[in-house]
Design a protein around this ligand. Structure first.
Ligand SMILES: C[S@@+](CC[C@H](N)C(=O)[O-])C[C@H]1O[C@@H](n2cnc3c(N)ncnc32)[C@H](O)[C@@H]1O
Length: 238
C-alpha cells in the first residue's frame, strides 16, 4: 500500500499490485506547455515500471510531482537557451527528463552506469518519442566523454558531494562549460566552505541560487559553477 494514496487517482499496474498515478498538478500546464502530456506519461512510467524495477521507492509515488518532476524542472530557469546538456547520474531520468520536457530548445544526453536504469531511460525515450541520447557508463570514463562530445551544461542531482562530482565531470567540462547541481537549501549552506576546493579543482564563479520559487513545495536551490580556463576558440573563459 502506498502512503498518501488518493482514491480518485488513476492507477497503473505493477504486476502484482495497482499503484496510484498522481494527478497532473495545475501548474504543470504552464511549466511544460505542449509537453504536459509527455510529462504525465513519464510520471506514469515512474509510478509503474519505475517502482517495479526498483528505481523509485513506492513511498515516493505520491510525491513524484513535487519532490522529483517539478523539482527537476525548476532547473529550467538557469540553463542558457539552446544548451547542449548532459545529465550525469540520471537514474530514472532526474533532473534531465523534466528539464528537457520543459525546455525543448535543449539538446539532452543522459549518462548512467547502471544497466537497469539505462534500460528504463531507453524505454522512456522510446515511449515519449524524444530525441535524447542515453549513454551507459560513468561520467569520468574516457569512452563516455568521447561519446558525449561537447557540452555547454552538466546537470546532476544527488550523485555525489560537489568536489567528487567536479572530479568525475572534469572530462565533460570544457573551459566555459557550466556545472549545475540541484542540492536543496540545506546542502547549499555548505557551499561557501567548499569554494576553495572547487576553485582548486578548476572551477570559477561558484554560487548558489534559489529556483522554482513559484513552484511551492518543489522550490529548491542549485549550485552553479563554470570551468575555468581558455576555450578551444582561444577566448579566455577563466
Ligand atoms: C542517488 S542516484 C540519483 C539519481 C537521479 N539523479 C535522481 O536525482 O533521482 C545517483 C545516481 O548516480 C549514478 N552514478 C554513480 N556514480 C556515477 C558516475 N561516476 N558517473 C555517472 N553516474 C554515476 C548512480 O548509478 C545513480 O543512478
Amino acid at each position: 500500500m502506498i502512503d498518501g494514496e488518493d482514491p480518485a487517482e488513476e492507477t497503473t499496474s505493477t504486476g502484482d499490485q495497482d499503484v496510484a498515478v498522481p494527478e497532473v498538478p495545475a501548474l504543470a500546464a504552464s511549466l511544460f506547455g505542449p509537453a504536459v502530456d509527455q510529462v504525465g506519461r513519464y510520471v506514469a512510467m515512474l509510478a509503474g515500471d519505475g517502482v517495479v524495477r526498483g528505481l523509485i521507492g513506492p513511498r515516493e509515488v505520491p510525491r513524484l510531482w513535487d519532490r522529483h518532476v517539478l523539482n527537476s524542472a525548476a532547473l529550467a530557469e538557469v540553463v542558457p537557451q539552446g544548451s547542449r546538456v548532459v545529465d550525469v547520474g540520471s537514474g530514472a531520468g532526474l533532473p534531465g527528463v523534466p528539464l528537457a520536457l520543459a525546455r525543448p530548445d535543449l539538446t539532452l544526453t543522459l549518462v548512467e552506469p547502471m544497466a537497469r536504469r539505462v534500460e528504463f531511460l531507453q524505454d522512456v525515450v522510446t515511449e515519449l518519442g524524444a530525441p535524447w541520447r542515453v549513454i551507459r557508463g560513468r561520467a569520468e570514463e574516457r569512452s563516455v566523454v568521447r561519446a558525449v562530445g561537447s557540452v555547454d551544461v552538466v546537470t546532476a542531482r544527488a550523485v555525489a558531494p560537489l568536489p567528487r562530482l567536479v572530479g568525475w565531470c572534469r572530462g565533460l567540462l570544457a573551459p566555459g562549460a557550466q556545472l549545475i547541481a540541484l542540492v536543496g537549501a540545506r546542502a547549499a549552506a555548505e557551499v561557501p566552505g567548499l569554494v576553495p576546493e572547487l576553485e582548486a579543482a578548476g572551477m570559477r564563479d561558484v554560487h548558489t541560487r534559489a529556483v522554482g520559487v513559484e513552484l511551492g513545495a518543489a522550490a529548491t536551490t542549485v549550485v552553479l559553477m563554470t570551468r575555468a580556463g581558455t576555450s578551444r576558440s582561444g577566448r579566455s573563459a577563466g
